[in-house]
Design a binder for this molecule. Sequence first.
Ligand code: HBI
Length: 378
Amino acid sequence: RIFRIFCCHDRPDSTSGEYPVSRWVELDVTPRRILLASTPVGPLGSGIGGGVELTLHNLVYGLGLQGHHVEVVAPAGSLHVGERVHQVKGALQVSSQTQARDAPIEMPSGSVLAAMWSTVSDIQDQFDAVINLAYDWLPLYLTPFMRVPVLHLVSMGSLNDVMDSALADVELELSGRLAAHSMAQANTFPDPAMFRIVGNGIVTERYDLQTRPDAEAALGFVGRISPEKGLEDVAELSARTGRVVRVWGMMQDEAYWHRVAIDHPDARLDYRGFLPTDELQAEIGRCAALVMTPKWVEAFGNVAIEAMATGVPVLTYDRGGPAEIVVDGVTGFVVPADDVDALADAVERIDQIDRAMCRQRVDAEYSSLAMADRVVTW
Ligand code: HBI
């Protein structure tokens, strides 16, 4: 049977108790057939794709919950994406982050990206839309030539001139096809208005609320150990406040880690390696607060909503995505960028934050369903 779902945005009439019929709105719950094109820098499950992996898994889960049919195209060797993943062999794409702004686009021979989009082209008529998650030139260039609508969820800020112009070309020819995770990310591009802001989401069911920190009430830091994450400020904060900071994340730049330790002998940084989500969330939930000191414009800052999902307030610089996620004084504190003194003051005010409110905000705004709603509307 076909079900049509209506909802009413008004309260019932105070006397008759009836809902004003004129205000009933039909919810468009038509199941869509959606193909997600993953990042070509690494197979899913390898961690090379970073935040894009989390976004893709969350979309598969959230769109599936809403009754949509979702399939994925990803490099061969991808894991954990259900039965509907088209695994494509080929040479991985070099990461855009390692390229100079004026670098030309490289397409290796036997490119997995080219092979992935041959697959997308072959199966496109089975879908209502393709959502591309790769931060690459080819999918953008192919968009006008495809029969099926191709949309792009851009995962990073502006990095490369050729990419910027390819994005502008898509917007010029097919307006509305571009989305970003935050205004800060969109603002790094020449024309921020090109992007619909869709935030991000996590499978909140995987995160357990902890209403109070453990006895040590340490601070937490989560992220790749790399200069753009600003660990030197976290070390300075620890030295100033005497607070222990538990650090989780892939040891990407060992020399940087040692430099930070040598430059801040009084810092109490406790490096705990890289943990999978289920273990990481239990560890974060024991902290008093998560500290974020981004030196680059973080496109979103998934770790902020992950921490808040466990009840942990977030102390962040007013820079990039995290500053749009944290509600100052409600789910943490947003302090002037690079101001360690202000961070130290915020540490003293952590107890003002209601940890249950941190979880509530994530359930309302950053759940899989909330993110899926924004993507389906897009
Ligand atoms: N580089 N060329 C390229 N393509 C991507 O999809 C890509 C990347 N670098 C990093 C990356 N994706 C993701 O790890 C981030 O967007 C999170």
